[in-house]
Design a protein around this ligand. Sequence first.
Ligand code: C2O
Length: 557
Amino acid sequence: STTRRFHFNVEWKKVTRLCHTKQLLTVNGQYPGPAVVVHEGDTVEIKVTNRIAHNTTIHWHGLRQYRSGWADGPAYITQCPIRSKQSYTYRFKVEDQRGTLLWHAHHSWQRASVYGAFIIYPKQPYPFSHGSHIQSEIPIILGEWWNDDVDKVEKEMLKTGAGAKVSDAYTLNGLPGPLYPCSTKDTFTANVDAGKTYILRIINAALNDELFFAISNHTLTVVEVDAVYTKPVHTKAIMIAPGQTTTLLLRTNNLSNGEDFLIAATPYVTSVFPFNNSTTVGFLRYNNQKTKPINHLNRRRLTTLLSTSSVLPDMLDTTFATRFTDSIKSLGSPEYPCKVPTVIDKRVITTISLNLQNCPEHQTCEGYNGKRFFASMNNISFIRPPISVLESYYHKKSRGVFTLDFPEKPPNKFDFTGVNPVKENMNTEFGTKLFEVEFGARLEIVFQGTSFLNVENHPLHVHGHNFFVVGRGFGNFDEEKDPGKYNLVDPPERNTIAVPTGGWAAIRINADNPGVWFIHCHLEQHTSWGLAMGFIVKDGPLSSQTLIRPPRDLPKC
Ligand code: C2O
């Protein structure tokens, strides 16, 4: 197999957006960072050199890392961070995966600007093009920009116990577009020919927000999510949670209306007050047409165009969001069968909650009622251990690092109303708790939303495995009735799923990747508050089913 090598320098770079110039954390001075483009079956080696004063790590989001957990990247879960002036080479094989994924920093809030596309070309032809020629591929990474230093934003949030300062703009490939101050020159434009088929690779790298994405006057066809082929879905817009990726076919019209079309993204809900419901806009421009570019400077005209053509669903359009998410199904063809476990060995039901905690003495908290926010799963708020869980597990030295007593059922003392806006849960404890399963276990996890703050979905992300979303619903999960209604035929296979506000989602996993795997909310703020846990998959009986040895250059804590 081919080995593809990359070198990532994590370094500061002066970047200006919205008329604010600041030192931005980047890879190789690029924002967004460089795309990693590989082929299915390749071995990948990415040397990451830390050229800043802080620690860092990089995570290859959605890459399975079969037996190579040391290369997964989450700080203190599978590795100690890479220290200043040190390097670490992430080495892994891309097997039996193809499509659009992303990479991002996995240490504090560095992924606010340290992210990029991870694209895997398939061995076999695309199942969706039906021989029709793909003109070209257009990656579009959705992100957020803060005028402030993000490190400061994060520290402030942890200090006050309140929600973090919201971002100042959403971005398309790092560009906010003409609806933001000073940003007309920073507008993303995609040039296309009429009557052709394009692949759009949409990646949500935003820190804290689920987004709607659409292109005016164009129908989009979903053909893949999280690097797994789906049955084609035709839609005016998509909903995409942080950490999710969606590959779309775009058929360009034969006629344009004489103007550029709008490419736009706006939040479904936002995770922090006050809401930022602004919209990032770019342009789809037809080549060789006598089109006059939209007058970029005319903000009002653009805003009218956006709303009158109802390009995007409205904020909080839960009907659209639910219908769209539930419309995604595995392709389930003979070449790409859906491997959902139809029976299970273990079911774990866990609450996912935002909670309040009394303010530490001599501190003022600004969360709610003078208390501070935090988050938990089954009343356990995740604490980052002093060394990586994977190392301590591998060397059988778990003392002081983690325990294997993550509760498999929700606590009794818990309010399940999920819709009560001010119910305070004060029963939470702190810990680094995981659970363990045998190699090959067929695992079901039910995420039950219980937040006293009922304003958003929680995009739950599982490391090291894809999962099948067998059920989703509103209200409380009913262990007697709901499993009978699961989709065990063609559920979507993903790595990140939005657990509905005041509802639940059930996922099934073939736990066949030995190692330690993080599960967390992909809203970075919630991870900081402890909305995380993990599970361990033991080695299998065959030598080809065991975790490999730690690499020599694995960073030390
Ligand atoms: Cu994309 Cu643990 O993250």
